[in-house]
Design a protein around this ligand. Structure first.
Ligand code: ZN
Length: 418
């Protein structure tokens, strides 16, 4: 199945932290990954310094002129209200209305995505160009929303491996209809789980994937699982915005140089548009996973990073903004990381003392310079294949992309050299 199909299936839904559309999204994920289990947190529950909010649902919202014409209709654009708006139904002046309207300065034709999760408020979102045209008369504003006590839901997929040591992936499911942020990562994560199940039914490592609402979801999850995560996690990835094909972004873990940092750096080695961000540029759930005391080895992975593409958090982050190619390329990077760590030669070790004769095995040309470069790379690999360095470290040391490093590993294994 195309990865983008998942995004198309889930696009037109007004999700928030807890809402009927978010539950529906979780049911969709469960349909594709039946082994997922749902962890629930009751509204009002205290999780560290936060409180799980109430469920919020929206039936309808609009702004109407005195002549009965709707100048904003939530049903036509799911981003046109502030998420978690309180209900309202009244006539207001243009000046009052302007105080309640949000727009994007940089993209005057775009409707921005705005939330007010932790402060009681209401508001609308519309393109700046439309705001400028608002005439000086009264407006009828209507927001039909409801709040009720319910449960925050987290989907967790756990795959037990031969080892207790585990690899962790996290993405968030609380955003309404935007494609790159963040249905793209939700889609890639579903496909990655399917790949893992098919390719490694008996995996060496254990794997844990979570689908949760951003921030409050990861905080709730950590409040329940921090001990086991700290005990077993050897590397983790916070996935966000993986659907465009414009650039690759790494957001370093707080400590840096964790196994997850090494893994992403090696998997992305040689990519033309690679941008490396420090932990100061964090923005998604790596904020919680790397927090002092939590200290999990989690690195952020995005294509165009949140906050840094102009369509970010607007209705221009639509189905046209993401591509199957972009999604596939993101999937390949994470797949290569799993392939490397599951490789039986993850810590490759030379079988010979001194350099083996690569020429007689056809691994290096004995005459001419033509194959010298390839042979040199194999030799570089072998000098660090001392049984102490893993494939991520070797890839970074010899400056060779992880996928090519895996290919050399398999070739040397076939030739019984490691
Ligand atoms: Zn976002």
């Amino acid at each position: 199945m195309r990865i983008k199909r998942t995004i198309e299936d889930l696009f037109y839904m007004p999700r928030s932290i807890i809402s009927e559309p978010t539950r529906k999204t979780m049911r969709y994920i469960k349909k594709h990954i039946p082994k997922i289990s749902i962890i629930k947190f009751k509204s009002g529950k205290k999780v560290f310094d936060w409180v799980v909010p109430n469920e919020w649902n929206i039936n309808d919202a609009y702004i109407m002129e005195p002549n009965g014409k709707k100048i904003l209709d939530f049903r036509k654009n799911l981003l046109s209200i502030v998420y978690h708006s309180s209900p309202v139904k009244k006539w207001i002046s243009r000046a009052e209305l302007l105080k309640k309207i949000h727009y994007d300065d940089k993209l005057p034709n775009a409707t921005p995505y705005v939330t007010s999760y932790y402060k009681k408020d209401w508001g609308f979102c519309m393109p700046k160009n439309k705001v400028k045209k608002l005439k000086k008369h009264k407006y009828f504003v209507s927001i039909d929303t409801t709040f009720k006590k319910s449960f925050l839901e987290i989907g967790e997929y756990f795959k037990k491996g031969k080892q207790k040591k585990e690899i962790f992936f996290s993405t968030y499911i609380c955003h309404p209809s935007m494609a790159n942020d963040n249905l793209s990562s939700l889609a890639v994560q579903i496909h990655l789980i399917n790949y893992l199940e098919k390719k490694y039914p008996k995996s060496n490592f254990s794997y844990r994937f979570v689908f949760l609402p951003e921030t409050i979801g990861s905080i709730s999850y950590l409040s329940k699982k921090i001990t086991i995560l700290k005990k077993n996690m050897i590397m983790g990835f916070a996935l966000s915005c993986l659907g465009d094909d414009n650039q690759y972004s790494i957001i370093s873990s707080r400590h840096g140089k964790q196994l997850s940092d090494l893994a992403l750096n090696s998997a992305l080695k040689g990519k033309k548009k690679l941008v490396k961000f420090s932990y100061l540029d964090r923005g998604s759930d790596e904020r919680q996973y790397c927090y002092p005391g939590v200290d999990l080895p989690v690195t952020g992975f995005c294509r165009s990073r949140f906050h840094s593409f102009k369509e970010y958090h607007t209705d221009k982050d639509d189905l046209k903004y993401v591509s199957e190619k972009g999604l596939k390329n993101s999937f390949e990077i994470l797949k290569n990381i799993i392939d490397a760590i599951e490789n039986k030669n993850f810590f490759p070790k030379n079988k010979f003392l001194c350099e083996p004769n690569l020429g007689k095995r056809g691994l290096m040309s004995t005459i001419g310079k033509k194959f010298y470069k390839k042979g040199k790379m194999i030799k570089n690999f072998l000098v660090y294949a001392d049984g102490k360095r893993n494939l991520f470290e070797i890839s970074n040391t010899i400056n060779l992309n992880l996928n090519d490093t895996i290919n050399i590993t398999n070739k040397l294994n076939e030739n019984k050299l490691i």
